[in-house]
Design a protein around this ligand. Structure first.
Ligand SMILES: Cc1ncc(COP(=O)(O)O)c(C=O)c1O
Length: 416
């Protein structure tokens, strides 16, 4: 361990961990011994509260109360209850967030709703570096709408402001870039979009749970986000939709299933949207997955996001500090300024894929993003400064010993 480098920061990893008020929260998660988990930005680890909650719902509710559980255990309102828990994490007042479906499906609903709301000819502005699914959904919407399809302008990130003019009806952005971790100023861009008369749709998949978000204060129109990353809701956990109260009475969405109907059990012939945010539901909620997410969210009870964010900034700074100049070919592509990045640090390297495999073999789990990115995400709820120190040391060792040159590590798996 290089003590000079560590003392040049502001303490050893041990000292930083001892001074960390969030350190005890690590006990709320199942984390395999000997593993440094730096992929909670892709799939959060298992919160200890989840198996118990699931067992209860499976055995006592589904198993014992059968279909009566929809009423007796209020399954029918689970999307709203979980939505309200998420609302606190993203700065949304009551009645504006509902838990449902995947991010991709929710984005389709929200984009269609925004298109229906905007009075001007439809034009969606987004960035080339957006998460591909978000752009694919726009393409899908265009195919569906045929001649009525909105114009799409997908530009480089640094050209966004230049293209944000009165011809744009919807600005569609992901706040934290999945590759680089670079973060947009959500309030600033929302204000600028609205100043030219556009609506904003934010994807908060890499934001919620690790940033201090204030959607209401920023006057955001629409947002979607993910349940299985920093919210730790489990593989394929449902996502969520935020629609500002001011829009709810005037928007509809095209996946007009019975759960979004004003009276699902009237079984009436025609669709009539539920009042409020419930109209963004479509089909039957996935009660087991949503139960897991519900239990996972209990880790946030009583927690101030400001504290979480402050630790995230520090973990990132520490990782940059420990990895600076360890190899000429390893290029930091995340912003050095903590105010401009989310909770991940990414590097570019021509051999990124085998490097990530070598890290994983050595017990440091990060991920690879094509074509050449090593991505290390950290969640202040369970990651320690010791984790960061170990990850940096292993990365250094891999590069120095050329462990990643092992041909076996080049075999691409289906999921990277
Ligand atoms: C920023 C972002 N948006 C959208 C998605 C797609 O989410 P889903 O697969 O839940 O639809 C992801 C998935 O990783 C993502 O990172």
């Amino acid at each position: 361990m290089d003590h000079d480098v560590l003392s040049a920061f502001d303490g050893t990893a041990g000292e930083l961990d001892r001074a960390d008020p969030l350190a005890p929260l690590r006990q709320a998660f199942e984390l395999p011994k000997g593993v440094v988990y730096l992929d909670g930005n892709s799939l959060g680890p298992l919160p200890k509260a989840v198996p118990k909650a699931l067992a209860q719902v499976i055995e006592r509710q589904w198993g014992a109360s059968l279909i009566k559980s929809w009423n007796d255990h209020d399954w029918i309102n689970l999307p709203s209850r979980v939505g309200e828990k998420i609302a606190r994490l993203i700065g949304a007042g009551p009645g504006q967030v509902i838990c449902t479906d995947s991010v991709s499906v929710n984005l389709f609903k929200v984009l269609a709703a925004a298109l229906g709301l905007s009075a001007r000819p439809a034009k969606i502005l987004s960035e080339a570096d957006n998460f591909p699914s978000d752009l694919y959904l726009v393409e899908g919407m265009n195919t569906l709408l045929g001649a009525a399809a909105p114009a799409i302008e997908v530009v480089q990130t640094d050209a966004l402001l230049e293209h944000l003019d009165a011809s744009v009806s919807i600005l569609l952005l992901t706040q934290v870039n999945f590759k680089t971790g670079a973060m947009h100023d959500l309030a600033e861009l929302t204000a600028r979009a609205q100043a030219v008369g556009a609506l904003v749709v934010w994807d908060l998949s890499h934001s919620a749970g690790v940033l201090e978000l204030e959607l209401d204060a920023a006057n955001v129109d629409f947002a979607v986000g993910c349940g299985y990353k920093f919210l730790n809701g489990g593989p394929g956990a449902p996502g969520y939709v935020y629609v500002a109260s001011r829009h709810q009475g005037s928007v509809t969405q095209p996946l007009s299933g019975w759960m979004g109907h004003a009276e699902p059990f009237a079984f009436s012939e025609h669709y009539e949207p539920a009042p409020g945010i419930k109209r963004f539901l479509s089909g039957t909620p996935a009660i087991l997955s949503m139960t897991a997410l519900d239990a996972a969210l209990s880790v946030f009870d009583g927690l101030e996001l400001a504290q979480v964010r402050a630790k995230s900034e520090k973990l990132g700074a520490y990782l940059i500090h420990l990895t600076d100049a360890i190899d000429d070919a390893l290029e930091l592509i995340s912003p050095r300024d903590a105010n401009q990045r989310g909770s991940q640090i990414s590097f570019r390297h021509p051999l990124a894929y085998p490097i990530v495999q070598a890290l994983i073999e050595a017990g440091v789990i990060g991920d690879f993003r094509a074509p050449d990115i090593v991505r290390l995400g950290f969640n202040p709820l369970f990651n320690s400064f010791a984790d960061i120190e170990q990850a940096a040391a292993v990365l250094k060792t891999v590069l120095m010993t050329k462990a990643h040159f092992e041909p076996r590590l080049n075999a691409r798996k289906l999921v990277t």
